[in-house]
Design a protein around this ligand. Structure first.
Ligand code: PLP
Length: 367
């Protein structure tokens, strides 16, 4: 072939590293033929989803030939009631990644600067570079976002800022004081995207609720998801809350039927079962403590996490990861997040956490 189709791609895309997902359970089963596989690699809810979701999906197949409700009316109504925000402030996405991409496509011009932190969620550089925006990566402090430095990184060319609160894969968070100070400093035309994918898991007292800051800061956009605590990762549904003008722009670039019927119905049912959310949070709190203590007992330091995962470093991380895989334990290497020798483990059920810690102890004796 004489034409380089790589060279024909937009420059930002040519230099893009694709997102690396956690290894699917079936893939490892095909490779190793193992019976028991434990996946603690994608921050999924180990309890699954609310039984109300199963109930709600039962008869949907009858309508499978119909397009979904492109406006997502019922789910937006439910979110509006639950979050106390008007429906014209809500954008539904095919996962919250979809709304992050809509924000980039709607607002970032070629060469516009987009600020995010070192170690931040991998989707920010992807959506930025895909539209030829210029990523401005601000060094982290002890793996956490440095909100003072991020605010100071704003220039006349800055269009957008992404803040993951808390961040994946570090599990660190910004306090309400730090976030408010940043929003007070950042010029009103810079769009600040606050990614709250793990919002429902965080119990720290000084953790901010982005929605409470929206009335004061019209340049703020809050994104949340049904993939994490609600346990609907496979269905792909998330949302953004923003002022109606931003919401209108997102609606212009949104694909007409971006959220499918199963996802819409499941999310509405999941939202209705807040008892399941409370239980999931409680199970995670216990599991998180158990995982952190277990790792510390093995002599491993962890990055302090408020999420449903823990990240740590080990000089033989890659070897450990491979050994764990051979034992049917899937976790995630996070060296690609500029965390050398980093490994991230999601919090599972108590038994899964125990089995992981036992497997890790065993591996540590052999590396
Ligand atoms: C998991 C995650 C999301 C959610 O992605 P979905 O597309 O909603 O599944 C968003 N942001 C961060 C930081 C995450 O870790």
């Amino acid at each position: 072939m004489s034409i380089s189709f790589k060279q024909l791609a937009r420059p930002g895309v040519r230099h893009l590293a694709p997102y690396q997902p956690g290894k699917p359970i079936e893939e490892l089963r095909r490779e190793l033929g193992l019976e028991r596989i434990i996946k603690l690699a994608s921050n999924e809810n180990p309890l699954g989803a609310s039984p109300a979701v199963n109930e709600a999906l039962q008869h949907l197949w009858k309508d499978i030939a119909r397009y979904p409700d492109g406006s997502g009316f019922a789910l937006k109504q439910a979110l509006s009631t639950m979050l106390n925000v008007p429906t014209d402030c809500i954008t539904l996405g095919n996962g919250s990644n979809d709304v992050l991409e809509m924000l980039a496509r709607g607002y970032i011009n070629e060469g516009d600067e987009v600020i995010f932190s070192q170690h931040a969620f991998a989707v920010y550089p992807i959506v930025t570079q895909a539209v030829d925006g210029k990523a401005v990566v601000v060094p982290a402090v002890h793996f956490a976002h440095d909100l003072v430095a991020m605010a100071n990184a704003v220039t006349p060319r800055t269009k957008m800022m992404f803040i993951a609160n808390p961040n994946n894969p570090t599990g660190t968070y910004a306090s309400v004081q730090a976030l408010t100070a940043l929003l007070e400093q950042v010029p009103a035309h810079v769009i600040v995207v606050l990614d709250e994918a793990y919002f429902e898991y965080v119990t720290a007292e000084d953790y901010p609720d982005g929605l409470a800051l929206l009335p004061r800061f019209p340049n703020l956009v809050v994104s949340r998801t049904f993939s994490k605590i609600y346990g609907l990762a496979s269905l792909r549904v998330g949302y953004a809350i923003a002022n109606p003008e931003i919401t209108d722009i997102l609606n212009r670039v949104r694909q007409p039927f971006n959220v499918n019927t199963y996802a819409l119905v499941a999310a509405e049912a999941a939202l209705g079962d807040q008892e399941f959310v409370r239980k999931s949070c409680a199970v995670n709190q216990e599991g998180l403590a158990m995982m952190q203590q277990g790792l510390h007992k093995l002599g491993i330091q962890t990055i302090p996490s408020v999420c449903n995962f823990v990240t740590f470093q080990h000089p033989r991380a890659e070897q450990l990861n491979q050994m764990l895989l051979s034992k049917g334990m899937i976790i995630r290497g996070v060296a690609n997040y500029d965390i050398p020798n980093g490994l991230r483990v999601s919090i599972g059920l108590p038994q899964e956490n125990r089995l992981f810690l036992r497997a890790l102890e065993d591996c540590l004796e052999h590396v």
